[in-house]
Design a protein around this ligand. Structure first.
Ligand code: SF4
Length: 315
């Protein structure tokens, strides 16, 4: 398979099984500048929707990937910023659904759902996963740091309105950050807003990857348990374990790992596990492969807690 520009994976996760990712954006294009963003700080906001890349080119790549990949559970639109900034996502979802029975998911921050045309473009998706990280304006501004004109009330209204119009699965993602939104009060506020939105499930996630701001840290187990308990008032809470990579179908391991690291830091331990599937019973081959990939000069190693991550070298 030739190197892909928009399609990556399949990446394995508890929420979406084997998920074929489709990135529609130029990095980093976002309406928010979240303190936990794995893509780093937003140097400038992007708030205007546009067709960043030709839609037919993206569709051709998806079709090609579907022809060669096996066992895909979801096709997931996700990417280097806010997915619904791509004008034409509705056309892509429609075309993909004409060609395969594999369900389509859209990961979004939800900030454009107040726009009727954005909501309409997502109606054919099987699942939409928007973010809600705070139940108060103050915390929303501190955590998500939105562009001007993207206020908290507007965000909530967009989510509520979308729920009314969308008959697929609405899985709201909550990023739990120690010392910010994990207090009883913050979680109660969130539960109240989530109850108004009526999601099918709440997906509680934690910042396991390097964040641009050092105030971001993992909540402890007790906080996570408390969050699950309080948010369950609004909807069933899923607390996903971290996904793992699948590199077994990759034609070129270096390109495959580069494609993933361009989108988020790669945990070294996860990479090692994924490579063991490529070289079963041969840890020396795994080590050699990692050494040779790292020697390419494309990556830097950074520590986050007790874990090492590979990130793309700047420049
Ligand atoms: S919405 Fe997503 S891409 Fe945008 S800043 Fe937040 S985490 Fe990053």
């Amino acid at each position: 398979m030739r190197a892909m520009k928009y399609v990556f994976g399949p990446v394995s996760s508890k929420r979406l099984g084997q998920s074929l990712g489709v990135d529609l954006l130029a990095p980093k294009s976002c309406t928010w500048n979240c303190i936990y963003c794995q893509l780093g700080r937003s140097n400038r906001f992007v708030t205007e929707r546009s067709e960043f890349f030709p839609r037919q080119e993206i569709l051709d790549e998806i079709v090609e990937a579907l022809g060669s990949a096996t066992a895909i559970d979801w096709i997931t639109f996700v990417g280097s910023g806010e997915t619904t900034l791509y004008k034409g996502i509705g056309w892509l979802i429609h075309e993909v659904k004409q060609r395969t029975a594999i369900p389509v998911a859209v990961i979004t921050n939800g900030s454009l759902l107040h726009l009727p045309e954005v909501r309409a473009e997502l109606l054919e998706a099987d699942a939409v996963l928007p973010s809600l990280n705070a139940g108060s304006e103050e915390l929303y501004n501190r955590i998500d740091r939105p562009a001007e004109g993207f206020g908290f009330r507007q965000h909530l209204d967009g989510l509520r309105q979308f729920r009314k119009e969308f008959s697929g699965k609405l899985w709201v993602e909550v990023m739990l950050i120690a010392g910010l939104n994990d207090s009883d009060e913050a979680l109660q506020d969130l539960a109240v807003e989530l109850a108004h939105i009526h999601p099918d499930t709440v997906h509680l996630v934690v910042p396991t990857r390097p964040a641009p701001e050092n105030i971001v840290s993992m909540p402890d187990d007790a906080s996570i348990r408390r969050a699950v308990f309080i948010l369950s008032q609004a909807a069933p809470v899923v607390h996903p374990v971290k996904g793992s990579m699948n590199l077994t179908g990759a034609a070129d391991l270096l390109d495959a790992v580069t494609a993933i690291a361009t989108r988020h830091p790669v945990q070294e331990r996860e990479l090692e596990t994924a490579l063991l599937d490529c070289f079963p019973g041969d840890p020396d081959a795994v080590r050699q492969s990692m050494d040779s990939m790292f020697a390419s000069g494309r990556f830097d190693r950074v520590a986050q807690g007790s874990e090492l991550y590979w990130i793309m070298k700047a420049g």
